[in-house]
Design a binder for this molecule. Structure first.
Ligand code: TYD
Length: 211
């Protein structure tokens, strides 16, 4: 049983677009599964059927979405996802590995859209009845380098990726400020390191949390 009051372990991956979260989440999933843990791998937005519909609006709607509406859509996705997928898994004692969670809302909507850190954090905590991760891995990357990685990918940009560089600089700074404020929850890694090296550091920290 963790301090969070459930027998499972809730691990989130955060960082800007193109930082390599998905690769690291997959490598951790593989390692934990091989070690015999029950693992649920999921993401926000879009970890449920309802979430897939919301994801389509927030990422691909062509016209404007008002910043407060955007924040509420992410929060709605999160509320449904936590109640129907994540909490049940944590109550069973599973390890949940999730791409993005409330820190993304604080960074993108709070700092990126300038809605305010505390308001956005409170909205997410209300949506999830106060669930915080046991560990958050922040893959920190300079937005200029991230943009080069995304360009090389050759996929069309979604609504958030298409934001200007100043937006992504604010997002990065907010992630780092969040990590500095909660050093016990965060593991901050330099996302320019080799994927295998990053994965080894993540495993070491997770092994420590698992005891
Ligand atoms: P992500 O699923 O990581 O995108 P992809 O699968 O294309 O790599 O995240 C989608 C986008 O949503 C990303 O730009 C960050 C943004 N986002 C927010 O703005 N607020 C949030 O609360 C979350 C979870 C994501």
């Amino acid at each position: 049983m963790t301090a969070a009051g459930h027998p499972g372990l809730f691990i989130t991956f955060e960082g800007g677009d193109g930082a390599g979260k998905t690769t690291q989440a997959s490598l951790l999933e593989e390692w934990l599964t091989d070690a015999g843990h029950a693992v649920v791998r999921t993401r926000e937005p879009g970890g449920t059927e309802v979430g897939t519909l919301i994801r389509d609006i927030v990422l691909h709607h062509r016209g404007e979405v008002a910043p407060r509406a955007e924040a509420l859509l992410y929060a709605a996705d999160r509320a449904h996802h936590i109640e129907t997928v994540v909490r049940p898994a944590l109550e069973r004692g599973d390890v949940v590995i999730q791409d993005r969670y409330l820190d993304s809302s604080i960074a993108y909507q709070g700092a990126g859209r300038i809605l305010g850190r505390d308001e956005v954090r409170d909205l997410s905590l209300w949506a999830t009845a106060g669930l915080l991760p046991d560990l958050t891995v922040l893959l920190d990357l300079d937005p200029t380098v991230a943009r080069q990685r995304l360009d090389a990918d050759d996929k069309p940009f979604d609504r958030l990726e298409a934001e200007r560089e100043t937006f992504h600089v604010r997002v990065r700074e907010e992630f780092l400020a969040l990590a500095a404020a909660e050093p016990g929850r965060f593991l901050v890694l330099d996302a320019t390191l080799a994927p295998a090296e990053l994965a080894a550091t993540v495993r070491e920290r997770v092994a420590g949390v698992l005891g």
